[in-house]
Ligand binder design. Structure first.
Ligand code: GAP
Length: 445
């Protein structure tokens, strides 16, 4: 019997606890009490994060002739953020409680006149709080040397447009993609990694002609929904589209792809028609032309941009919520305590460990180690010799390992191992020299 429900009130706590226990994600600087809004990824978390980033890159860049990559710096010329509007208008309206000193985002308060922490009505008038993280470049710490950590990865894409376009010989329509860190001084980091102060974005800016832009917007909407369903395995009940009713003055359309987290629906990805806003603003502020010369029409114009923007950390969180399941062992013996199996049903391609090689006893270490060494060239393989075989299976289930290969005494005679599937729990005898092919065939989507 499988019990997996997104309305399970304790589900989030269970996921947070599993992440810490099994080294997926834990608080940054924990020994110093942690730092709010910052999270570290442990060994399994790192493997999962890299796999998801690689999948996104493959789907958005490598499989396409009309999207190319960029890896820009985190710190840009401060004028970039002036031009983008982030320095003047990128913040939340905040109020401070004079009684308990708590600070609140006005848009998140049930009653903006009452402090949600202590109930006091003694609040400061709401004021803008900028989310950009500030630093200094060079030895002098004054206003002239102020710089900002990027609040989104897309701005350098606009700034580098001509460098990328010319060197890659791209013509409209084409896209530039970038993955990397972004920083926001969020007032209220919450829901585990959902709202962090340091996070990774995966963004793609698609440059096209204004007259074609709505067609491209629809195209990318379709592509991204297909990605969530086909690549990550999300069901129609887990994701939904929220079309924005109010739009920026330059935009023709915008939507969020939302995921049903245990704490409610939350934005996973934004698809935005950004008009010519970014390109014309950078043209204006830099004094350099950001126009594109179209050889077919002989005209010069600012390209229109359609953006797909998703948080990698939010994708990981959504995947963990999607994958987490608890099951009662079906062969429960009388008088034996209920046996709970926690299993992460991650897509096999993305699992931190794709195959675990488990020798039944130490005496079988030699053939098992050899199998592990052969497999790890091709797959994320883990070798585990500690504890009973049942405990080892449970441990692998908890980190989402789709296959375990058990080396037993028969292996010495028949050269085969027992491959156990995480999802069906079925066991199959597979010749050692066929294990790689067997697993790789089953990793395919
Ligand atoms: N360039 C457009 C842009 O940055 P956004 O809606 O502010 O748009 C895009 O962010 C995505 O980045 C979000 O859908 C979310 O997945 C992720 N993201 C934004 N703020 C985040 C935060 N504080 N913590 C984690 N992820 C965040």
């Amino acid at each position: 019997m499988s019990e997996k429900t997104a309305s399970n009130p304790g589900l989030m706590e269970k996921i947070v606890s599993l992440c810490k226990r099994r080294g997926f994600i834990f608080q940054s600087s924990e020994i110093y009490g942690g730092i709010n809004g910052f999270w570290d990824y442990g060994p399994y978390g790192t493997a999962l994060k890299r796999a998801v980033e690689q999948l996104w890159w493959r789907e958005m860049v490598e499989k396409r002739d009309n999207v190319v990559g960029l890896d820009s710096t985190i710190i840009s010329h401060p004028k970039v953020w002036k031009a983008s509007g982030h320095l003047d208008k990128f913040g939340d309206l905040m109020t401070d409680c004079r009684n308990c000193k708590a600070r609140h985002r006005v848009d998140q308060m049930e009653n903006p006149a009452v402090c949600p922490a202590c109930g006091s009505k003694d609040l400061t008038p709401p004021r803008e709080f900028n989310l950009m993280m500030k630093t200094y470049v060079g030895p002098v710490f004054d206003e002239e040397h102020v710089a900002y950590l990027r609040a989104e990865t897309c701005q350098p894409i606009f700034v580098d447009f001509d460098n990328v376009r010319i060197s890659s010989r791209q013509k409209l329509p084409f896209g530039i993609a970038q993955t990397g860190k972004a920083f926001r001084n969020e007032i209220n980091p919450r829901n585990f990694t959902f709202r962090s102060r340091e996070f990774t974005q995966m963004e793609m800016e698609f440059f096209c002609k204004e007259e074609d832009s709505m067609q491209w917007y629809e195209y990318w909407r379709g592509e991204r929904i297909a990605y969530y369903k086909n690549c990550l395995g999300f069901s129609g009940d887990e994701i939904k589209i929220h079309d924005h009713e109010t739009l920026a003055h330059y935009a023709k359309a915008a939507l969020d792809i939302e995921f049903k987290f245990p704490f409610g629906w939350g934005e996973l990805e934004g698809i935005h028609h950004r008009g010519t806003w970014d390109m014309s603003r950078h043209g204006e502020f830099s004094g350099e032309s950001m126009e594109y010369f179209d050889q077919d029409s002989g005209k010069k114009f600012h390209p229109t941009v359609v953006e797909t923007s998703v948080g990698l950390d939010r994708t990981i969180l959504a995947l963990l919520c999607h994958a987490y399941a608890e099951e009662m062992a079906e062969t429960k013996k009388e008088g034996v305590e209920e046996d709970l199996r926690i299993v992460l049903r991650l897509p096999p391609e993305l699992a931190p460990v794709q195959i675990a090689v488990l020798p039944l006893t130490k005496k079988l270490a030699d053939p098992a180690e050899k199998l592990h060494r052969d497999l790890r060239v091709w797959l994320r393989s883990e070798y585990d010799l500690t504890g009973s075989i049942g405990k080892r299976y449970r441990r692998q289930d908890e980190i989402g390992t789709p296959f375990c290969a058990t080396v037993d005494f028969d292996t010495l005679n028949d050269g085969a191992v027992t491959v156990r599937s995480r999802d069906s729990m079925s066991q199959e005898r597979v010749s050692m020299d066929q294990v790689r092919t067997y697993i790789m065939e089953r990793l395919k989507r």
